[in-house]
Design a protein around this ligand. Structure first.
Ligand code: UD1
Ligand code: UDP
Length: 384
């Protein structure tokens, strides 16, 4: 059962963001709630899981996010060390702000850590992007998704497969809200601005000619054999086409340590791109090779062909209704898949249901309804 706002008719929500994919999910939610004066009080906690300028600050600037109220500065570490550091630093922040709801997004370590702290303190947890399942527990994110969903009070799903997964795991139907994909809100809003970026001309790229690559899954980049297979394929592809590879910091470290020599071809390894420049090169790519969750979704919405170097995906809708296909992380298979897609790009379908740029509005409406019910049951005076 949803509990009423504690002392006040204004509902207080505390948002958690920590890693790159969290920012485009939190930004539209906070912006939408801010458009409803007198209804909500908002707090933003940045755990500091990601900290390089292009992995964090650039999103605050480009997506016009408010500065965090609390910066936990946890940084990197093993799973246990990082998750524990987030929990230890988050608890006092949560006790200080005492929100009605903690809102966590996605599936990173910061997500599960903060959800767990809130649940133990008896503070309601809302999970945005709930219900996604790869059914592959060797993925750290799958563990994070399973645990976060089990301890969340409200589960906002991006696609109907998410609802089905949650129901199968015993989550009560009343807790599940199919609202669509909030990351697409950001994509739809930012696309016109991305189109104005000079990055294509500055990099000498032409639309529908370049390949864009992003890789950071441990199964691809921490395994030297898999990394070598993928890099070999990229070197081969770069003989014929421009290949742009903004390198995630985890991957940069692994490439440096691997000793793999990359010949000076058309394969361009660059720093991670800011959101707008990345969108500019992704929306005009001939094909994207990735292992990112968010990029599978964004290419689906954009209608850009996507090849995902993974044995499974927690986002099956990007395959059944989108432009995505899976490929094993082996050189020959990657080359064959990319060449096939370049020869015959997949037809662009309609975007998945409720990937319409209005997911934040739907989530805000739900919170507002709960807040209105609270006002009716507790009276209108604010005593916080
Ligand atoms: C994390 C998430 C993953 C998500 C990805 C998005 C977990 C378990 N993993 O993976 O689900 O898809 O973010 O990008 O939460 N580093 C830097 N600078 C930074 C951040 C990281 O140099 O700003 C380096 C550090 O060496 C660090 C490594 O990258 O050890 C990995 O960072 P970490 O946050 O642990 O995991 P990601 O691979 O980024
Ligand atoms: N992204 C970006 N710059 C890059 C690579 C990705 O801005 O160089 C954006 C991308 O458009 C998407 C988000 O980062 O919005 C996805 O993050 P990531 O791939 O790191 O995480 P995942 O989605 O796999 O958890």
């Amino acid at each position: 059962m949803i509990r009423p706002a504690a002392f006040c008719s204004i509902m207080k929500l505390l948002f958690v963001a920590g890693a790159r994919p969290n920012f485009p999910k939190v930004a539209p939610l906070m912006a939408e709630l801010a458009r409803r004066p007198g209804r909500f009080e908002q707090v933003l906690v940045h755990t500091g899981q990601h900290y390089d300028y292009n992995m964090s600050q650039v999103f605050f600037e480009q997506l016009e996010m408010p500065a965090p109220d609390e910066f936990l500065n946890v940084g990197s570490g093993s799973h246990a060390a990082q998750t524990a550091a987030v929990m230890t630093a988050f608890e006092p922040a949560l006790l200080k702000h005492r929100p009605d709801w903690v809102v966590v997004v996605g599936d990173v370590n910061s997500t599960v850590a903060c959800a767990l702290v809130a649940a133990k303190l008896g503070i309601q947890v809302a999970h945005v992007e709930a219900g996604l399942r790869s059914r592959d527990r060797s993925m750290p994110e799958e563990i994070n998704r399973l645990l976060t969903d089990q301890i969340s009070d409200a589960l906002f799903t991006p696609s109907r497969d998410g609802d089905e997964n949650l129901l199968r795991e015993g989550v009560a139907p009343a807790q599940i809200h199919f609202v669509g994909n909030v990351m697409i809100d950001t994509l739809a809003r930012m696309l016109p601005l991305a189109r104005e970026r000079p990055i294509l001309s500055e990099a000498g790229l032409s639309a529908r000619d370049h390949l864009l690559v992003t890789l950071h899954r441990p199964s691809n980049v921490d395994d030297p054999a898999a990394l070598r297979e993928i890099l070999n394929a990229l070197v081969e592809l770069a003989r014929e086409r421009r290949v742009l590879f903004p390198v995630h910091p985890r991957t940069r470290a692994r490439i440096q340590n691997s000793g793999i020599a990359l010949p000076g071809t058309a394969l361009q390894l660059i720093e991670p791109l800011g959101y707008l420049d990345f969108l500019a090169v992704m929306s005009t790519a001939a094909v994207v090779l990735t292992d990112s969750g968010g990029v599978q979704e964004e290419t689906t919405w954009l209608g850009v062909p996507c090849v995902t170097a993974r044995p499974n995906t927690e986002r099956p809708i990007t395959i059944t209704q989108g432009t995505n296909r899976l490929v094993a992380s082996r050189s020959g298979e990657i080359l064959r898949a990319l060449e096939a897609v370049l020869r015959a790009p997949p037809a662009r379908g309609a975007p998945p249901e409720l990937w319409d740029g209005r997911t934040a509005v739907r989530i805000a409406d739900i919170f507002e309804r709960w807040g209105t019910k609270d006002r009716a049951s507790t009276g209108a005076a604010c005593a916080r």
